[in-house]
Design a binder for this molecule. Sequence first.
Ligand SMILES: [Zn+2]
Length: 335
Amino acid sequence: MRRSEGRPELGPGKLAHCWGIALFLLLISSGCARSSSTHASEGKPAAESSAEVAPVLADTPVPEFNASRAMEYVKEIVAFGPRALGSEGHKKTENFILAHLKGDQVERDDFEITTLEGRFPVHNILARYPGSKDGVIVIASHYDTNWPLRTENYVGANDGASSSALLLELANQMRGKKRDGYSVWLLWDDAEESMKLPWDDAESLYGVKHLADKWQTAGTLKKVKAFLLEDMIGDADLNIERDANSTPWLEDLIGGAATRLGYQSHFFAREIAVTDDHAPFLSRGVPSADLIDLDYGYNNVFHHTIHDTLDKLSPKSLAIVGTVTLQTVYMLDQR
Ligand SMILES: [Zn+2]
């Protein structure tokens, strides 16, 4: 993924500034109450304001998610080594995912791409868990690592492994249960990473671009009620961004789900704009959201480096994002 340019950022510094101005306005004149409250709501963390629009679900149980099992999956994927296209580690990861989906409704989407670096096979993996309601919620994660970093023993513990492991644990939670809601499709997509660095829009997102085209042609796309993307969600210091490119009402719903579970302090303190695997679905009108933490180490210093390793991650973060995702699915079912 890459952080998009030219979009406004609402960083913590700016938040403090907004609050300061709001407080000042409130103090100097009661006549300014309206404008100051408007200003304050702009500067307020989105998770708090979204709680106002999200339904209150006091009677719903906290979703189940086995975080230590998910963390074991992360370790096993990382142990395969770099997962660049065409590599041994990529093949092993693919087989690992498939082995954990035995008995599930699995569909493979295999094709070849021509890139700046040559021709490569690409393998998207989809597992379907049928529901009673007409429509589909897709939850996706890429599992590849960058081609340019293939010789550096770059393993992408957070970038690719954490979210792919999270999806395997979501599969455990979906398996064998009757879904009283939309069907859930888990997607481990391939070739997300750019074939050259810095990021190149034309040389990346190959897996999802192919699938979005295929689903558009087949008429599948209009059945997709929401596309939820997980990326870099294992950081022990978890700060999920509010993505300005994602569908606002879906971001609000996620913020409401986080608030419902008491995890709002890990969500939406900062707003940035991200180009990621949700892009081809967003551009085709599918409500889409990216759950991503692009504050991975101070100033995101671990991202796309050999320092993206297991020791930076926490099972607690997997549990937070896993349960918030399941709560979001539940809230989508109720809409
Ligand atoms: Zn990446």
